[in-house]
Design a protein around this ligand. Sequence first.
Ligand SMILES: [Zn+2]
Length: 391
Amino acid sequence: MEFEVWWLLAIPVIFGLGWAASRFDVKSLLSESSNLPRSYFRGLNFLLNEQPDKAIDAFIEVAKLDPETTELHFALGSLFRRRGETERAIRVHQNLLSRDDLPVSEQEHALFDLGQDFLKAGLLDRAEEAFQRLQTGSFAKQAQHSVLAIYQIEKEWHKALECADRLAADGDGSSYEKEISQFHCELAQEALQRKDAAAASAEIEAALRVNPANVRAMLLRGDMLLHNGDPAGALAILSEVPRQNPTYVGFAAGRLMRAYEALGRTAEGIVHLRDMLSLHPSDDLAEVVFEKVMAQDGPDAAYAVVRDEMKRAPSVQSAVKLLTAHHEHASGSQQADLVMVREWLLQRTKNLPRYVCEQCGFRARFFYWQCPGCGGWETYVPRRADMPASS
Ligand SMILES: [Zn+2]
């Protein structure tokens, strides 16, 4: 490409146009900002200085001066909710909803936010009512998700099933298999509590049909078979647990051993469990193996089991078992010392949280299939963790 002289003339023209455009932008920005009330800048200033209470007061003033600014009302409403000031949040959203000039999309937005306020305030009926009014529109799916969460809080498992089925059929990319299968397990447990074996059995089958890898349903089925005098059937299904999800071996261990014992095959059961332990370290599994070996083969064999376990995966539980195994051989005064140390260890650790939710980090002393913190299903690692005393 050759250099042409007229390019030199074009350069100042391009610069001139750029300067004019920037001046125009700055001018329009200045005129827009001069229209904003002073309180708006005061609010911003308070926010930047991390004084949210004063910022809220300033923004409320802006909202009063210019009631048309719906964005500010929405922002204030969600800010109040997040801060736990649900009454104020509810008032903001109810005010928005009472306006006749609000476009449909903003009415739906206000109704959805109002439902969230009620949910946060624990007013579940009113929250459900708000969300159910959003059957169509851009908030319909989110509203149905919230309705599903409400049914789970209320333990309305039949309604939760219908809602999850509907959401899965709507095709939002999730099959809800894990949730639906767990809802059936909840119904099975309720049936077992009222001693309705037929209903429990039907729910367990339904849970496994939806999600064949649902370990909870497998354990429930194993329990029912053991209870109905079918240890061979229980053995068959419980033996599947390590294959489906080895992290749950600890939950299957005691049940498997009961099945072996009922079949008169205790020694074979111990070998099976020891094999499982060598593949999948688990405190709960180690505990069953330790107790059975102690009863069957004596403290020396039990000591060998727990010593290996202590070397491989040290834990408070293993330490306690190690002390128990030593206790059998110790002299009178040594026995008293070992009991003292063991009791101290147990006392120090008995109130500590043992299970951690992988989704939200919620810690609990007991295992839950549904996290009490975030509501997620099967989010707890079924393995006891030794927490430091300060946690
Ligand atoms: Zn959680």
